[in-house]
Design a protein around this ligand. Sequence first.
Ligand SMILES: Cc1cc2nc3c(=O)[nH]c(=O)nc-3n(C[C@H](O)[C@H](O)[C@H](O)COP(=O)(O)OP(=O)(O)OC[C@H]3O[C@@H](n4cnc5c(N)ncnc54)[C@H](O)[C@@H]3O)c2cc1C
Length: 230
Amino acid sequence: MRIFTARVIQLYKEKKAGDLVIGRHGSLRQYSLCAAPGHGTYRIAVKHEDTSRELHQPGTVSSSLHEHVQIGDTLLISAPAGMFTLDTTRTNPVAFIAGGIGLTPLLSMLQTVVKQQPERSAQLVYAVRDHHFHAFAEELQQLAAQNPAISHTIFYENGTEEDIEQKHCDYVGRITEAWLQQHIPADAEVYVCGPRPFMQAMISILLRKGITMENIHYEVFGPALAFSVD
Ligand SMILES: Cc1cc2nc3c(=O)[nH]c(=O)nc-3n(C[C@H](O)[C@H](O)[C@H](O)COP(=O)(O)OP(=O)(O)OC[C@H]3O[C@@H](n4cnc5c(N)ncnc54)[C@H](O)[C@@H]3O)c2cc1C
């Protein structure tokens, strides 16, 4: 993962914050802002879609951003847009459930809770493959340490007992139904982002728990296809 922080040098049109569209070599891709607004900069984190997974060709834009963009370069980006933003008019507990790079929009929402609703109870549940994929570890530790209303729980799918002992993660394995049933408050507003099967599994559990679709918000990092839940 590579993190990019951009200072806006010319703004053409402002929209509601959410996702940026980056154009390079004629290809357009969207990236979620992963810091709360108000810093005078836009921050994104880009996972390199490289050839480490079988049958994959390297991703066009993520490879270009990882391999060719240098500090100080100027990129043409759209104004932020999108509907996957935190509803700060709500005061009920909020839970963010992230899988892999799906952490990015949820991190900016978590920061927004801290800034705008410091009393609101918020929890982040973050599932990653192992410590190599664990993004923003220090930043999350600090956020939770400095804000008593915030908690975060990390699951490493391929973790070890040593990871737990060294406090890299809280659990080894995937987020389970039993865990979510026990730890997500029934009246929570829940935001979910991650790979498609992950979201499908999480949302199915939340619905079984009795949380209604009205209180479940999600974003797909790809074409917005119909989304069925069990
Ligand atoms: C709303 C939204 C928000 C997003 N936010 C983020 C974010 O915050 N961070 C982030 O990293 N990403 C985010 N994404 C995903 C991002 O937009 C890109 O889709 C991602 O970076 C891959 O783009 P790419 O050009 O590198 O890959 P592409 O070139 O589009 O390829 C996509 C995938 O297909 C594989 N592939 C390509 N060609 C072939 C082939 N011939 N055969 C087999 N496999 C192939 C590639 O390996 C890659 O895994 C977001 C997407 C959306 C829609």
